[in-house]
Design a protein. Structure first.
Length: 191
């Protein structure tokens, strides 16, 4: 005959079950107090964040905004400048980058230029330009082990030696040889 189970024999199991129930109930209470009501409305994020983000001011303009004024190649003193035009950029090696990747946020610049056109007066003295330091280009083009091999990567020291061999300064800006918007195009040497 089987013996009757006594409470003293299973009290450790009852204690463990009570602890598990208290933890689960505590978790559910804490979750209901901390998780926003709109969480999960459209997926695994807060539904209210969509409306909040729509209320934020637009900062990134995008390359199409730059195209309004910078669509065509610019000539300075009869010679082509480093900007070959929107089409050359789109077909060049940096087409996957937006203008703001290198030139940073140009929201204020483009708004001032649009206002200048409307009012017919000059509001901005300086035109926003890109950073010309080599380090700026090497942020993407430095030969690092983690970079994909499909990108054009350069060893900074070896390339500096090449620059010296071409009678340039060791820390010459990349734009002294390469057109930044179409990097496979070389800058015409001065006459």
């Amino acid at each position: 005959m089987s013996e009757r189970v006594k409470f003293n024999d299973v009290r450790h199991l009852v204690r463990a079950a009570v602890i598990v129930v208290v933890v689960v109930v505590g978790f559910l209470i804490a979750r209901s107090l901390t998780v926003p009501k709109s969480f999960g409305q459209y997926g695994h994020y807060r539904g209210d964040s969509v409306v909040e983000k729509m209320g934020l001011p637009v900062i990134v303009q995008g390359s199409e905004s730059c195209r309004e004024c910078h669509g065509e190649a610019i000539k300075r003193k009869g010679k082509p400048s480093l900007w070959l035009g929107y089409k050359a950029w789109k077909e060049g090696g940096h087409a996957s980058n937006t203008c703001e990747n290198c030139h940073s946020n140009c929201k204020e610049h483009s708004e001032l230029r649009r206002a200048e056109k409307e009012k017919g007066i000059k509001l901005e003295k300086d035109v926003i330009t890109s950073e010309k330091a080599r380090e700026h280009c090497f942020m993407c083009h430095a030969a690092l082990a983690a970079r994909p091999k499909g990108s054009k990567l350069y060893d900074a020291e070896a390339h500096a030696g090449y620059c010296q061999a071409m009678e340039l300064k060791k820390d010459a800006a990349c734009s002294e040889c390469h057109v930044p918007h179409a990097p496979d195009t070389l800058v015409e040497p001065p006459e």
